[in-house]
Design a protein around this ligand. Structure first.
Ligand SMILES: *Cc1c(COP(=O)(O)O)cnc(C)c1O
Length: 368
């Protein structure tokens, strides 16, 4: 039986020789590679500054710190996300204020944001979910009107465009992640981008134990962290970024195969992509109607295909219920989407035949 995982990273000879080269150089941290990766990355997404860190969660956390968000502040964000996007607020005792999502893109519903604004609201944290941008023009307009900061979670959407602008580059700060299932990987890794020098300088200091730029190694001017990216990871970042457009295109082909063969199955909804943006596929997520998702997951698993119920809503995780008292029905769109969404295998190397094979199995299970 052929086993098909949900995701796997694409690693080639250049990636391997680059990392081996770093190991042979003996310079494993704070060397030339992370600076080079930052320069390449800033150029790719089109920003002035990029700051490499140890993972996407660290990137978001430093975004929260650099924007000066603090205990008692409120930040508006999406409950349909990976848990890290609201956890980073809670690290600083900032309250995540959830707003329900759109049925089509699964991103935060901008028409519901203004109602959630209070005197304590300091920022909006849009999450660009599954590889497609949130409605940034609308969100920026609200932010301007109410004097709110924007921290973008683009951890799932590197390379996606919104009206010709790269996702993650519209707000005050954008963040990306390079975990092995993302568009590109550094093993663990993350990136913060901004066009504001003062925000970059703060992130640069925070990630390196609160040191100042030109100060002594043992002089610390603020409470900082060790969120540095090592040189092996940075080398992987450099070589992965060189082929990012190709990798995104390969996944786009696979998504198109799925769209084609899934299109005529009753009870399966394929992902919607808005006309004014491009999708950079992180996961390929379908909606399974008529309460058949769990049966389908079990059947596919027995057939050797890994799937995942992307995503459970954040507000109904047990610790969130305990802390904030959230309950079923608080964000009905997110909850109903979450009950029906399922991620299918998507990685470079998956063939058109594999996709047809998976979809045949889906048909069998749903009809049988
Ligand atoms: C992956 C991800 C993160 C965090 O990235 P890590 O590198 O795993 O810390 C944050 N937000 C979203 C939406 C993600 O998918």
């Amino acid at each position: 039986m052929k086993k098909i995982p949900i995701a796997k990273p694409y690693i080639d000879k250049d990636d391997i020789s680059g990392v081996v080269g770093v190991l042979k150089s003996g310079w494993l941290s704070l060397g030339p590679k992370y600076k080079e990766f930052e320069k390449d990355f800033a150029k790719y997404v089109g920003v002035d500054y990029a700051c490499a860190v140890s993972n996407g969660t660290a990137a978001l956390h430093l975004g929260v710190k650099a924007l000066g968000l603090k205990a008692g502040d409120e930040v508006i964000t999406s409950p349909f996300s990976f848990v890290a996007s609201s956890n980073v607020l809670m690290y600083e005792r900032v309250k995540p204020v959830f707003v329900d999502i759109e049925e089509t893109t699964f991103n935060i519903d901008p028409s519901k944001i203004e109602k959630a604004i209070t005197k304590k609201t300091k920022a909006v944290l849009p999450v660009h979910i599954f590889g497609q941008s949130a409605e940034m023009d609308y969100i920026m307009k609200i932010a301007k009107k109410h004097n709110l900061k924007i921290l973008e979670d683009a951890c799932e959407s590197l390379g996606a465009a919104y009206k010709d602008k790269m996702v993650g580059t519209t707000g005050d700060i954008g963040t990306y992640a390079f975990y092995p299932n993302k568009q590109m990987t550094t093993g663990e890794g993350g990136m913060i981008v901004t066009n504001k020098k003062d925000l970059y300088d703060l992130c640069d200091s925070f990630r390196n134990q609160g040191r100042s730029k030109n100060g002594d190694w043992l002089v610390h001017e603020r409470l900082g962290y060790n969120y540095r990216m090592d040189e092996m990871s940075a080398s992987l970042g450099i070589t992965q970024l060189k082929k990012i457009d190709w990798m995104i295109e390969e996944k786009r082909k696979i998504a198109a195969w799925y769209n084609r063969v899934l299109g005529d199955i009753n009870g399966v909804e394929t992902p919607a992509v808005r006309e004014d943006r491009t999708h950079s596929w992180f996961v390929y997520v379908v909606r399974i109607k008529n309460g058949k998702k769990n049966r389908l997951m079990r059947g596919l698993s027995r057939a050797g295909f890994q799937t995942k119920p992307y995503l459970p809503v954040i507000h109904l995780q047990s610790f969130m219920r305990q802390i904030f008292g959230f309950k079923e029905g608080d964000f009905p769109v997110a909850e109903s989407v979450s009950e029906e969404t399922l991620a299918l295998p998507l990685y470079i190397g998956l063939t058109e035949k594999d996709v047809e094979y998976i979809v045949d199995k889906i048909k069998d299970i749903l009809n049988g």
